[in-house]
Design a binder for this molecule. Structure first.
Ligand code: ZN
Length: 283
């Protein structure tokens, strides 16, 4: 199953061909994707097109550090991160690729997310976490090797479950302590040592809402490049206990009628939103 969601490869498969980073990167003109903080920098008047080589404003072209991550519309796509304090020239603007600002279309948000995830790995993998030696790239992919101690390191992508729990025609929603009043979403959390994904689902529901569940089933997943997660979506049925928030990580938890959900559970591009839109109603 391939879930058509922003940040998943399927969203851009007609436009983007990923390539290993160790191929010969010649001077063929192509596209330049520039990130600044959590935004994609674009021409303000054509905000749904990446820069082409000749159209990059002079002040924005990085002197070095461009990394080819694949082809975009059949031409090389090179990416770089601009300093967050660099002022943008007239005619350019920075559009966030993570909500709540959704001016970027889903394809550009997706390729920007891919670039950000790769650059995050590149920044975090310069030196070996075992001995501190400078790392070199392994052929054919994004993995790296430390010549000093021989350790090999591969991109860190963190699994995180998210689950819609149903009890009749009501759904379990929680409010995290860091969210504003009135904002709810699904139970979610990172996989822990020794856990299967299903065990993680069971534990997170128990920790965040104090109830038991059964009939856990996988429904889809989403790359979440903030900075490098994969969200793994599940459905489950209520099996026992009284809902209670832990008062620390979760400050509210409860059953909501499926046709009276609180405002905006999950951002527009999130798998939480997709799960609720796709599985939130029995009829
Ligand atoms: Zn090492």
């Amino acid at each position: 199953m391939s879930t058509l969601l922003p940040f998943n490869t399927t969203m851009i498969c007609q436009l983007f061909t990923p390539l290993p980073p160790d191929g010969v990167d010649d001077a063929t003109p192509g596209f330049l994707l520039l990130l600044q903080s959590s935004s994609l920098v674009l021409h303000a008047d054509t905000t749904q097109e990446l820069f082409f080589d000749e159209t990059v404003p002079a002040g924005l072209r990085p002197a070095s550090g461009l990394l080819r991550i694949g082809d975009w519309r059949g031409k090389p796509l090179r990416v770089a991160r601009l300093p967050s304090e660099l002022p943008l020239p007239d005619g350019c603007e920075a559009l966030p690729f993570q909500g709540p600002d959704f001016r970027l279309d889903n394809t550009l948000a997706t390729i920007a997310g891919r670039a950000a995830q790769i650059l995050h790995w590149e920044r975090r993998s310069r030196f070996c976490s075992h001995c501190g030696g400078a790392m070199v790239r392994l052929p054919g992919g994004w993995g790296k090797r430390c010549p000093a101690c021989g350790d090999e390191h591969f991109p860190h992508i963190h699994p995180c479950i998210i689950v819609l729990v149903r009890r009749g025609d009501t759904l379990l929603l929680i409010r995290n302590a860091t969210w504003s009043v009135g904002r709810f979403s699904l139970v979610a959390g990172f996989l822990d040592f020794g856990e299967s994904l299903e065990e993680c689902v069971r534990r997170e529901v128990r920790e965040e809402a104090a109830i038991e569940i059964d009939n856990i089933r996988y429904i889809g997943s989403q790359c979440w490049p903030f900075p490098s997660q994969v969200m793994v979506g599940f459905l489950a049925d209520y099996a026992g206990g009284d809902v209670a928030a832990d008062g620390v990580e979760v400050v509210e938890a409860g059953w909501f009628p499926e046709d009276e959900l609180p405002m905006s559970p999950g951002g527009k591009r999130s798998i939480a939103r997709w799960i609720l839109d796709t599985y939130g109603r029995t009829s």
